[in-house]
Write a protein that binds this ligand. Sequence first.
Ligand SMILES: C[S@@+](CC[C@H](N)C(=O)[O-])C[C@H]1O[C@@H](n2cnc3c(N)ncnc32)[C@H](O)[C@@H]1O
Length: 259
Amino acid sequence: MNPKTAYQARDYARFYDWTYEGTIEDIPFYLAAAGEHGSPVLELACGTGRITIPLAREGLEVIGLDISAEMLRIAKEKLSKERPEVRARVRLIEADMSDFALDEAVSLAFIPAASLFHLSGQEEQSSCLSCASKHLGPGGALIVDLIPADRMANQAVGETREIGRSVSPSTGLLTRELNKKLSIDKEAQQVTVEHTYVEQLPDESEKRYVFVEHYTWVTEDQMRGLLAEAEFTKVEVFGGYEREPFTDASERMIFVAVK
Ligand SMILES: C[S@@+](CC[C@H](N)C(=O)[O-])C[C@H]1O[C@@H](n2cnc3c(N)ncnc32)[C@H](O)[C@@H]1O
């Protein structure tokens, strides 16, 4: 089977926690939302459990769903080091978020870190939102954290930027992360990005791992349309995790949709 995302490759997944080390600013936002809507909560595209595990530590029942067996393997390894009661609160499921059915309903579902953009277009994105909607009862909420469309569309193409450099705690090797936008297709609303990790080996040689990933963005209006189709009745959009108003200057476009 062809992989749907680079995250299914072991060598891509293994760099994830190094890349996102210290990214915690969205966690209190999801905790507050769970406080409002209740648990269990469903994290779509949960990855290595960056958000799943802290939520479970705070007493929430969390279902984490991801398509990448590799990302889930790392999540399970991290979870195995948690207290038994934290472990017992987490259920990890390998599935495609654009086509899934669970055997239980949830009070809150969320898609963090612009992960909806990993789906290939509006048909898959719409299917993902309706699958989420089917698992929510009246008053249940779906949160989708995205990057505003104009930020996605207006990025420099062809330039290689170093976006991270440090010694990885898991390998002990100096590691660099490079990011290069290969193309931007404004009609298809798709950005193609080359992600490269460079490890400096003990003999001073370098080992490179190159992955290409496509990201399909949506505009605010398109997203409102998709959420209406998925039977969400009340939709709010925020510009950040403090629930700031969404403006032209916002770095995030966060939808909170209630059924
Ligand atoms: C940026 S990571 C986010 C991980 C985690 N939610 C976090 O915030 O740290 C994106 C995740 O989306 C997952 N993903 C991509 N396409 C997917 C799909 N079709 N269904 C489920 N997960 C998918 C990848 O495997 C990866 O774990």
